[in-house]
Ligand binder design. Sequence first.
Ligand code: NAD
Length: 297
Amino acid sequence: MTERFVVVGAGTMGLGIAYVAANAGHLVELVEVDRARGDAAMERLAQLWDRAVHRGRLSAEQATADRKRVALRAGLAEVTQAPDVIVEAVPERLDLKRAVLAEAETLRPALLGSNTSSIPIADLAEGLTRPERFCGLHFFNPVWAMALLEVVVGPATAGETTDAAVTLARRLGKDPVVVRDMPGFATSRLGVTLGLEAIRMVADGVASPADIDKAMVLGYRYPVGPLELTDLVGLDVRLDIARTLQAAYGDRFAPPPLLVEMVAAGRLGKKSGQGFYHWADGVRAGGTELPGPEAAR
Ligand code: NAD
């Protein structure tokens, strides 16, 4: 069954969710307030379709059909169809997400989801008129490659909404887990812990980012090291999550000064070309000089 999707925010996650939804045959309106980012997302999607054809994962006809299913919109007011599903994927800030969700629910979707990595669904639901239709739909990066979808059940989420989210996950080719509404859920709370400790280890001069990552890959069989993963996620995104978790659980989640410095310097990881590694054309190209006195120790 074709559903009408609205995805709000065309950043790393929003464009990935749009790609996967279109690939599953759904019609997608991708809402992005920043014109340059919206254009960049459509270009990136075009590259993804071209690459999928090149690698034999999609036929040229399928890619063309998927491409036609995604339309860019400059705001929720420009959405043209009554959506079945809205997924919010704007930056990890409570006030921004609340404002977007409040506007989104005026379109009366059957299912309203937030891609938040860490903010409790109960906090996001405050002020919603239909909180029973709302839950966390936590996709992982890159969305087209990662099998997990974490469905986060808020105190007001109806059982039917959870069931609809699980069904949707399977239709998108994802394997869902249903988790209780706690800050950081089942995934970010553990994943961010490892990432923050790895950043403290870089600042302490324990080893280079490449060697810390290598140790976890070879010694613990992680598919990717915690610092490379931080680059892939975005240092700004991880900083926002750390602050949310610090507010909930205390200073064990306090962001390390090196992370704060790197974000202030615009070193956001893969998306900015520099993080713990240098990135060229989306590929990890080598280590970088790290800023700040702590890193130099
Ligand atoms: P991002 O910064 O790459 O993209 C967010 C986009 O939202 C930006 O393009 C921004 O211009 C846009 N935006 C801001 N306000 C808007 C509005 N009012 N309407 C429409 N668009 C708006 O962020 P991201 O990495 O895609 O993360 C988005 C969400 O997904 C966050 O909650 C994050 O915690 C979560 N998440 C991120 C990852 C990851 O690996 N990056 C993984 C899982 C979940």
